[in-house]
Ligand binder design. Structure first.
Ligand SMILES: [Zn+2]
Length: 410
């Protein structure tokens, strides 16, 4: 067996092995997610030279086209326009379509009704075809999931923000880590170009996410605006803490980082996520209160500068009130859980008076005075949610979890 293995290793070390085996593996593991059925991925091409088949389909067609274009008089007469650039083709057979790109183009062979009068009239030129073949290399991918940051002010900038390191092969980098690194790279890049963070001029940046497992729609398109990027910057500690953190919701493990980032992109509120996580906590199925508190802080931070915003000290204070009430109910777990459920339900249906009523009962039962901060929940729905969830986190924190953050007595 050893002899066999050393033989195999010797073969793999052969320069030709690297030249042919690596691209073959890449073509199946990576490129196939983007292209289909052309060039070296064509059904009949699996035994052919991978470099030759690439050249035949992509490079040669582009070179021939550019050569023919030099004859200006003849080129002027070309009638078929490329859909993405200014090139013109003389015949349809000289043009390409986008059907070979997975889930991007229209498969004209299967469905021609996308086109006017069933006539295919969207063509691209051989040069654009060659450029599109590089699509797999624009994405940073870990285990079939990745992204491309279309920061296209300049080619240098585009390359720079997308060149986040996939690691040195020793330690595995996760998709969350990669994405997080990329955002801070964008921010650093921009900060280096201005005097201060406040003067940052950020145009909207398109972020294309790719997920091989989403077969019908592997690409999702998001826009990173100045406001969203600033939030990611200002809540750096919270976002970085969420990288690589998972929770089980509806029998499915979800990445908290991705959940928060996706909500941020879509401009959605975070409270449904916070609600579901706290629900898990009360049911004894989840115990990382710190993760939830960080999501709550990001949620609160969206309102920075506005009326709904709460200072971190205030938030901590509310959480500590929850903690003290919990201590008062130390030996009455069932009662405490009953209170939690009622508070949580009041939050879910956005009913501040119901919340207040439960709170008053809970405090008066222990002959404790209700803190005045709770008055705020009655006239501001956003504050109601922030205060309510912070209080619930206090009510369920600091027992059997790894939260090292000191609670400030207030
Ligand atoms: Zn073109």
């Amino acid at each position: 067996m050893l002899e066999l293995i050393s033989n195999i290793i010797a073969h793999l070390r052969h320069p030709q092995a690297k030249r042919y085996l690596v691209p073959r593996i890449l073509s199946y593991n990576l490129i196939q997610g983007f292209w289909t059925n052309v060039s070296f991925l064509h059904k009949t091409a699996n035994k052919k030279d991978i470099y030759k088949t690439y050249d035949e389909y992509f490079t040669n067609a582009a070179l021939n086209f550019l050569e023919k274009k030099k004859d200006e008089k003849k080129y002027e007469k070309n009638k078929f326009h490329c859909a993405t650039c200014e090139n013109k083709m003389s015949t349809v057979s000289e043009a390409f379509d986008l059907t070979w790109l997975q889930r991007i183009g229209v498969d004209a062979a299967r469905k021609s009704s996308h086109y006017w009068d069933h006539q295919r009239d969207i063509f691209i030129c051989p040069v654009c075809n060659l450029v599109y073949s590089c699509l797999p290399f624009g994405f940073r991918i870990v285990k079939g999931k990745g992204f491309f940051i279309n920061n296209n002010r300049s080619v240098d900038e585009l390359i720079s923000v997308n060149s986040v390191s996939l690691g040195d092969g020793q330690q595995e980098v996760t998709r969350d880590e990669l994405e997080s690194m990329a955002y801070y790279k964008i921010i650093d890049f921009m900060v280096n170009q201005t005097e201060s963070r406040k003067d940052l001029e950020i145009e909207n940046i398109q972020i294309v996410k790719y997920d091989r497992d989403m077969e019908s729609r592997p690409y999702t398109y998001n826009i990173l605006s100045r406001h969203k990027l600033m939030l990611i910057d200002e809540c750096k500690k919270e976002f970085q803490h969420l990288v690589g953190k998972f929770a089980k919701l509806d029998d499915e493990y979800i990445s908290l980082y991705q959940e928060v980032i996706n909500r941020l992109y879509k401009g959605q509120s975070f409270t449904d996520l916070i609600y579901r996580l706290i629900r898990q906590v009360i049911d004894g199925k989840y115990n990382n209160i710190t993760n939830i508190y960080y999501i709550l802080k990001i949620s609160n931070h969206q309102y920075k500068g506005g009326v709904h915003f709460m200072q971190t000290e205030e938030l901590n204070k509310v959480r500590s009130y929850g903690f003290y009430l919990k201590k008062a109910y130390a030996s009455q777990e069932t009662k405490l859980n009953g209170i939690s459920y009622r508070l949580l339900n009041a939050l879910k249906v956005k009913n501040p008076s119901k919340f207040m009523e439960t709170l008053l009962q809970a405090y008066s039962y222990k002959k404790m005075e209700i803190p005045s901060i709770f008055v705020q929940i009655l006239n501001d729905e956003r504050k109601f949610e922030t205060i309510g969830y912070a209080f619930l986190l206090g009510l369920h924190g600091y027992e059997g979890n790894t939260d090292k953050e000191e609670i400030k007595h207030g």
